[in-house]
Design a protein around this ligand. Structure first.
Ligand SMILES: Cc1ncc(COP(=O)(O)O)c(C=O)c1O
Length: 384
C-alpha cells in the first residue's frame, strides 16, 4: 500500500529534474532549464543587502510589503496605463507559481472546467487537479502557434469557470496578438469566465511584438487575474517574488488561497523587489535588447547545425522542429543530444496532456552567458 495521497500520485517527477541530472552526468552544456547563469543587476543586490542591514526581518503583511505593492501599481500604470489600488488589488506571492496556485484554489470549485492552452507551464495542470477542476485543452500547432478562435470557442461550456493564459508563452515564444486577446476577452465575457493570465515574460519580447495585458481590454479588468514575478525580468528566479493583480472581489478569492499556502513571503527580498520595480524604462529596453541578441545567436547556431528552429517573438525559449530527423520522439532526441553531443534541451511532450502532440519538438533556453551559448554552438556542429 502506498502512503502517498491519491491527489499527488499521478504527478510524476518533473522533466527538468531528469534532464538536469542527465546533463550533469554527461557534463553537457545545459540549455534545458530556464534560469539565467549570469549575475543579477548590482543595484538589486545592493537593495537586498540594504534591506537585511536595515533589519527588515519579520513577517511582511500577508498581501506583501506596502512599498512593493505600491511599486507594482506604479509599474502597471506607467507601462500599460492600468490604474489599480495597491491596498485592495495586489497580492504578493511566493513567485508566479504560487500566484497561479492561489488563484486556482481561490476560484475553482470541484467539477468546474478550466481551459488551458498547451504546451503549458508544468504547474497549471496539478494546480487545477488539486482544486478538483477539470482541464480542457486548447493545443497550439507549430510553426506559427496562431489562435483558432472557433476551436477555442468550442471548449467553453456552462461549467467553464476559468481560462489560464500565458503570454509571452513558454515554451513556444508566442506573443498573443491584440486581436487574439480581443477574441479571448469576448469569449470570457460571453460565458462569464474569469481569465488568469501568466505574464512572467512580459518584458522579454522581440522585433515588433508588443505585450498587451488582457486586463486592459474593455470589460476585462473585473474578470482578470494578472500574474507576474521578479524572477525573469531581473534574472533572480531563486528569489521567488511574484504577484497577482485583480479587482478587489477576485483579490479576496486569491488571498484566501494565498494566506494558508505560505501566509507571507520573504520580507527583505520584497523590499529589494520594490526597488527593482521602480527601475526606469531604460532597464526594460536593455533587457529585451540583451535577450534579442542571445536569441539571434542561438537561432544562427541551431540553423548552422542543420536544425529547424521556430523563431520566438518573446520569452527566452526556442522550439526546434525535429520531425525531419530520424528519432522516435523528442525524449529520444533530447537524450541523444545530451549524452552524445553534450548539449541539454527539454523534450516538450511533458507540456502536453497527450505527449504525442509535442513529440516532434525540442526546447532550448537561451537565458545564458554568451560563453555558454558559444560552447553549445560549437558542440552542436557535431550534429551535422
Ligand atoms: C510561464 C511560466 N510561469 C511561471 C513561471 C514561474 O515563475 P516563478 O519562478 O516566479 O514562480 C515560469 C518559470 O519558468 C514560467 O515559465
Amino acid at each position: 500500500m502506498s502512503y502517498m495521497a491519491r491527489r499527488v500520485r499521478n504527478f510524476g517527477a518533473s522533466i527538468f529534474y531528469e534532464m538536469t541530472a542527465l546533463a550533469n552526468q554527461h557534463q553537457a552544456v545545459n540549455l534545458g532549464q530556464g534560469f539565467p547563469d549570469f549575475p543579477c543587476p548590482d543595484f538589486l543586490k545592493q537593495a537586498a543587502v540594504a534591506a537585511i542591514q536595515q533589519d527588515i526581518n519579520q513577517y511582511p503583511p500577508s498581501n506583501g510589503r506596502a512599498r512593493l505593492r505600491e511599486s507594482i501599481a506604479r509599474k502597471m500604470a506607467s507601462h500599460y496605463g492600468f490604474v489599480l489600488d495597491p491596498e485592495t488589488e495586489v497580492t504578493v506571492t511566493h513567485g508566479a507559481t504560487e500566484a497561479i496556485f492561489a488563484s486556482i484554489l481561490g476560484l475553482v470549485d470541484p467539477g468546474d472546467e478550466v481551459i488551458l492552452f498547451e504546451p503549458y507551464y508544468d504547474s497549471y495542470v496539478p494546480s487545477v487537479e488539486i482544486a478538483g477542476g477539470i482541464p480542457r485543452y486548447y493545443t497550439f500547432r507549430p510553426p506559427d502557434w496562431s489562435l483558432d478562435v472557433d476551436r477555442l470557442a468550442a471548449l467553453f461550456s456552462a461549467r467553464t469557470k476559468l481560462l489560464v493564459l500565458n503570454t509571452p508563452h513558454n515554451p513556444t515564444g508566442k506573443v498573443f496578438t491584440e486581436d487574439e486577446l480581443r477574441a479571448v476577452a469576448e469569449l470570457c465575457q460571453a460565458h462569464d469566465v474569469i481569465a488568469v493570465v501568466d505574464e512572467v515574460y512580459e518584458h522579454i519580447i522581440y522585433d515588433d511584438a508588443r505585450h498587451v495585458p488582457l486586463a486592459v481590454l474593455p470589460g476585462m479588468a473585473e474578470r482578470t487575474v494578472t500574474i507576474s514575478s521578479l524572477g525573469k525580468t531581473f534574472s533572480v528566479t531563486g528569489w521567488k517574488v511574484g504577484w497577482a493583480i485583480a479587482s478587489p472581489e477576485l483579490t479576496a478569492a486569491v488571498f484566501r488561497g494565498h494566506q494558508f499556502i505560505v501566509f507571507a513571503g520573504v520580507a527583505p527580498m520584497q523590499e529589494a523587489a520594490a526597488t527593482a520595480l521602480f527601475s526606469s524604462d531604460e532597464y526594460y529596453r536593455e533587457l529585451a535588447a540583451m535577450y534579442q541578441s542571445k536569441r539571434d545567436f542561438l537561432l544562427a547556431a541551431l540553423r548552422a547545425a542543420g536544425l529547424q528552429p521556430i523563431i520566438p517573438r518573446g520569452t527566452y525559449f526556442m522550439m526546434v522542429d525535429i520531425s525531419d530527423l530520424d528519432f522516435s520522439d523528442d525524449v529520444a532526441f533530447c537524450r541523444y543530444l545530451t549524452t552524445q553531443i553534450g548539449v541539454a534541451a527539454i523534450p516538450p511532450s511533458a507540456f502536453y496532456h497527450d505527449p504525442a502532440n509535442g513529440s516532434q519538438l525540442a526546447r532550448f533556453a537561451f537565458c545564458k552567458l554568451q560563453s555558454t551559448l558559444e560552447a553549445a554552438a560549437e558542440r552542436l556542429q557535431k550534429l551535422k
